[in-house]
Structures are given as C-alpha cells and as structure tokens.
Ligand binder design. Structure first.
Ligand SMILES: Nc1ncnc2c1ncn2[C@@H]1O[C@H](COP(=O)(O)OP(=O)(O)OP(=O)(O)O)[C@@H](O)[C@H]1O
Ligand SMILES: [Mg+2]
Length: 606
C-alpha cells in the first residue's frame, strides 16, 4: 500500500490530466462500441424489417431520420454515421494519447530532476560508498518503468474496465443467457494471464540481471583495458565475456520460450471463447431466440473485449515492477540530505585550527578506528605537513576539515568556532582541498580550472602559472580551450594534478589542503609550485600530505601519523635528531634527493 502511495504522489499535479485521459479513453470505447449496434439496426431493422432488440437509443435515432423505408433508400446515412463515429473515436483516442503522454513525460521529468537534485545533495560519505551503476539505473530504468506504467498501462486498465463494463451492460440488455456464455471463460483468461506473468516475472528478472552482468563485464573491460593489455589478459577477458554472453542468451531464450507458451495457451483459450459465442449466437438465431443483428453484436463484442481482458491480467502482474521501481527510487529520496546535518553560522575564517582529541571511524566500518585522540594546533598562515605510511589516516584527517565526514568524538575548532556549527557550504568556500585522486571533466582546460566560479582569464592564467602548468597549456594548439579526455588531449598524471591544483588555488581560500597532490611531478616542479604559492599569499594555512621528505621538510609543523595516532610532531630539524619514524623515512629517502632539493632551492632563490 505504501508503494501505491508513492506512485500516487509521483503523479503530483498531473492527476487531472490522467483523469481526463481515462475519461477520453472511456468515451472512445463507448463510441467504438456503438458501431456493432448500427450494424444490428441495419440488419434487423432495414434488411429484415424487424423490431430492434434492446437498442432503443439507436432505433429512436433512425426513427427520427425517417423510419426503415427511408433508410433503405438512403443506406449511405449508416455508412456516414459509422465514419463519423470512427472520427469522433479517433479524436478521443488522440486526446487520450496526448494527455497521458504529456502527464507521464512530466512525471518522469520531475522525478529525474528530483532524484538528480537529491543525489547532488547527499554527502561525500554516501557517494564514496555508492554503487554508481546502481544509482544510474535507478535514475533511468526505474524512472522509465514508472513512466511506462503511467503512460500506457494505467490508461489500458481504464480501457479494459470501460470496455467490459459497457459491453456487459449492452449485452445483458440484449440477451442474458448469451451474455453468460460470452463471459464464461473470461475470468479464466484473466486469471491465467495474471498468474502466468506473476510466475514468469522471475525469469524476466533473471534475464535482466544477466544483461546487467554482461554490461558490467563490458564496462569494466573498457575501463581497465590498459591493465588488460599490459598484463596480456585478452584471452582470459574474451573467455569471461563469452561465458556471460552465453548465459545471457540462455536466459533470454527461456523468457522467449515462456512467452511462446503463454501466447499459444492464451490464444487457444481466446479462440475457444470466440468459437463458443459464434456457435451459440447462430444456434439462438436459428431457434429465433435472438435476431441476426443481435448475433452480429455479440460476435463483434467478444472480439473487442477479449484482448483487453488478456492485457489486464498482464498489466496487473506488471504492476509489481512499477511498485518495485518506485520503492527503489524512494530509497534514494529517503536518504538524508547534507544540509540537514549542516551548521548555521558563517564566521569570517582566517585559518587558525585546533584539533582536540579527535577520534574517527568511517560510518560503514565502526570497529576500525582510523584516527585516535588526535590533538594539535595550527596558527593562521602556518604550513603543516603530514607524513605516515599508506593507510595511516592522513587523507581521513584532512577530509574532516571541510566536513566531508563528521566526527563523533573530539572537536575541531577553526578560529574559535567548532566546525559542526559552521554551515557546510560556507566552510567549503573557505577550505580548499586538492583531493588525492583528482577528477577532471571532459571539457576545456579553462572550464576545468574556473570550475567553481566564473573566473576571468587573467586569474586562470595566474592560477595555472602558480601550479606550473601555464607553459604546458600554452603549447597546446588551442591553449586553454583544449578539450581534455575522450574527445581531446590525454594529459599526463602530473599535468592532471597541476590542473587540479590550479582549480583549487584560484579561489583564494584561507585554508588549503594538498592531499599528496605533488606526487606525480618532479622534485623541481614541486619546489617551484610551493615557492609560487608561498609568494602569492603569505597567510594561507596550508596542509601538505606527502611521502616525499623534500616536499615537507621546511613546514612549520610536521605531523607523523601511524595507525591513526600522532607519533611525532615538530620541525624537521627536531625530528631528524630523534630516533623515530621521521628519521627513518629521512634516511631511506637518501641524501641524493635532499641534494637535488637544495640545488633546486638555490636555482629558485629560496
Ligand atoms: N571511505 C572509507 N570507508 C571506510 N574505510 C576507509 C575509507 N577510506 C579510507 N578508509 C580506511 O581508513 C584508513 C586510513 O585511510 P586513509 O585514506 O586516511 O590513509 P592515508 O594515510 O591517506 O593513505 P595513503 O597514503 O595511501 O593515501 C585505511 O585503513 C583505509 O582502509
Ligand atoms: Mg591518502
């Protein structure tokens, strides 16, 4: 029932349109059902000259037009009437289609927009763990299932109900016994369709899943084709694909076979019902119980109603799919939006930061303590370096600053304000982060850099210059208008990193975070970037995560993390005098690197 409510709510302000569409369907059905009645009048009243049974309305109409003798001479009137009725029926069918299509497209459009908007506002943690393929499927296929149900199937239910209702009324007026015979197998046909489609829904589902598996294999293969090539795994990949492809074929074949059984059995039942009506009508006509015209009406009606009845069973069985889809969509819409967990204040942020006993674990793995009792202070404008083994919690620590994740234990204070009280959007306007795995869009370099705001070219060049990428871009034929990605140039890892840096620093944040953002550039470029940053603005609080001692040795504070705990903290000179982790890393990254660094520094005049 809850799911019915969901469907009902999705219809939103289109309910009137749906109602009108169903009314138009009813009228079209009503008009189409008058044609056999005109034939009845033509046969009984005009040709045979008898009274017309149970058909007072049409008889009156013809009486008004001048009675049987007049109509015999002017039979064309009946022809015209049939044409007119068909035209009117066509007009109603047109409106039925138009209204239901308009309403359903609108529902689908609104639903897609609502979903997209909601997905945009879900938090970082949600997206980090979400299965993108599944999200895409819910925003497209599931919406499409609902659209189809509302636009085609729901109106079809209306048609079946009108068709059976009006036919039954007319037939009962004509002859009760024959009506019983005409209806004797219809409940079975309906129930058979319903049960059959309920049962084979499973095989539909299996085939859909098999198709999804096949596309996952293709998608993964294309994404990882470089790895496949590098490891010479083509044969294995082809075999894997062949197997999934074969499974898909088998499962689809099963669905088709199931459908073939259905059509043959249900056609058999239908034909039996039609034969029953034809034989009974002729028998009754012979006995003189009904007229020939009435027999024509019955035979005509049974042909018209049997198909919607079969469809009705199928649609009701299919209804389950639309309900499941609406539930899947609602699951996303029920996820809490980020603003709901946001703070309110928008203080001026200068950049002094304090971590007080911060402990943290990811929501999906609460037993794994990623950070334990982390405490440190940073003054405005200081540079803090974070080092530690992979997995020691460096990225997790800096993700807490722009509140990509929220902490449950401890406190993070920026300029005297607990960050949980600061509005998230505001915080993110003040804390710039270059993520460890930056993502660039398949658009121009210019648009990638001026991504958050519409920046002027001067600022873009300036940011690119600081990120040491301006000279690279200048060499491209189309400069900053060069497209990146599928349709454009392929950038090297270091070039990508530098564009990601330019994209962040262009915004003049008082707090900047570089999460391993210089790992793919050479030491000299690394030095040049850091120098340019320092010269540009003196009082930016900067976090640098790096595995390279030469990138961090001159920081105001170096934090050494191990298994989520601060093991050492201080300046380079203090730390290398202690026999600790930092000293060990320093020794391993031998003196040579350090020499290059000093050389570089001299060259850059630091
Ligand atoms: N989204 C996540 N959900 C659950 N656990 C996570 C998530 N991200 C990281 N972790 C876990 O948290 C721990 C710390 O990861 P983190 O990414 O902070 O390490 P790191 O120090 O940045 O490592 P690296 O130097 O490799 O970047 C790891 O054990 C990791 O498995
Ligand atoms: Mg990391």
């Amino acid at each position: 029932m809850k799911n019915f409510n969901l469907l009902w709510n999705y219809m939103n302000n289109n309910k009137i349109k749906y109602l009108l569409s169903i009314i138009a369907t009813g009228l079209a059905v009503a008009f189409s059902l008058t044609i056999p009645l005109i034939l009845q009048v033509v046969i009984d009243y005009i040709l045979v000259g008898k009274e017309v049974e149970g058909n007072i309305f049409v008889e009156r109409l013809f009486g008004f037009l001048g009675g049987s003798s007049y109509l015999i001479d002017n039979l064309w009137i009946c022809g015209i009437l049939i044409i007119l009725i068909t035209v009117v029926q066509g007009v109603f069918l047109y409106y039925k289609g138009k209204l239901s299509a308009e309403a359903s497209e609108d529902v689908a459009k609104n639903l897609r927009e609502k979903l997209y908007d909601h997905i945009q506002h879900l938090d970082y943690a949600y997206h980090k763990n979400a299965d993108t393929g599944d999200l895409i499927q819910r925003s497209t296929s599931d919406v499409e299932t609902i659209r189809r149900f509302l636009s085609v199937q729901m109106v079809e239910v209306g048609r079946a109900i009108f068709m059976v209702g009006i036919s039954l009324y007319v037939m009962l007026n004509l002859n009760v016994q024959l009506t019983m015979i005409a209806m004797v197998t219809t409940p079975f046909i309906f129930i058979f369709s319903f049960i059959y489609f309920k049962i084979i829904q499973k095989s539909f589902k299996i085939s859909d899943e098999s198709e999804a598996e096949l596309s996952t294999v293709i998608q993964e293969n294309l994404n990882g084709v470089r790895v496949v090539k590098a490891f010479g795994r083509e044969k294995f990949e082809i075999e894997k694909f062949k197997e999934k492809n074969l499974q898909y074929k088998k499962k689809t074949y099963k669905v088709i076979m199931n459908l073939a059984y259905y059509w043959s059995i249900s056609d058999f039942m239908t034909i039996t019902q039609i034969a029953l009506v034809v034989v009974a009508s002729i028998y009754y006509t012979n006995l003189g119980v009904i007229t020939l015209g009435t027999a024509v009406v019955f035979i005509n009606y049974i042909f018209r109603i049997i198909w919607p009845i079969k469809q009705l069973g199928r649609i009701l069985a299919d209804l389950g799919k639309a309900l499941v889809s609406s539930e899947r969509i609602q699951e996303i819409l029920d996820e809490e939006r980020e603003e709901e967990k946001s703070g309110e204040i928008k203080p001026e942020i200068k950049g002094s930061i304090e971590f007080k006993n911060v402990s943290f674990e990811y929501p999906d793995d609460e037993t794994h303590k990623v950070l334990k009792n982390v405490s440190f202070n940073v003054d405005k404008g200081e540079t803090v370096a974070i080092v530690g083994k992979t997995g020691s919690g460096k990225s997790s620590l800096v993700h807490l600053l722009p509140r990509l994740y929220d902490i449950k234990k401890g406190e993070i204070v920026i300029d005297g304000h607990n960050i949980n009280t600061i509005e998230k959007k505001w915080l993110r306007k003040n804390v710039g982060i270059v993520l460890q795995e930056p993502f660039l869009y398949s658009t121009t370099i210019q648009k990638n850099i001026s991504f958050q705001n519409e920046n002027n070219p001067k600022d873009i060049y300036e940011a690119a210059r600081i990120a040491s990428v301006h000279h690279v871009v200048k060499e491209f034929d189309q400069g900053y208008d060069t497209l990146i990605g599928e349709k454009g140039v392929t950038l090297s890892g270091g070039q990508k990193q530098r564009i990601a840096i330019a994209r962040t620093i262009i915004n003049n944040y008082p707090i900047l975070i570089f999460d391993d953002s210089l790992s793919a550039v050479d030491t000299e470029t690394d030095i040049a970037i850091r120098k340019a940053l320092r010269e540009r603005k003196k009082d930016v609080t900067t976090f640098i995560i790096s595995h390279r001692i030469s990138s961090i040795y001159d920081a105001d504070k170096i934090i050494v993390l191990e298994k989520g705990q601060i093991k050492e903290m201080g300046k380079h000179d203090d730390l290398i005098n202690k026999e600790g982790i930092y000293k060990r890393i320093y020794d391993i990254q031998n003196v040579k690197e350090y020499e290059i660094e000093v050389e570089g520094r001299e060259k850059n005049g630091i």
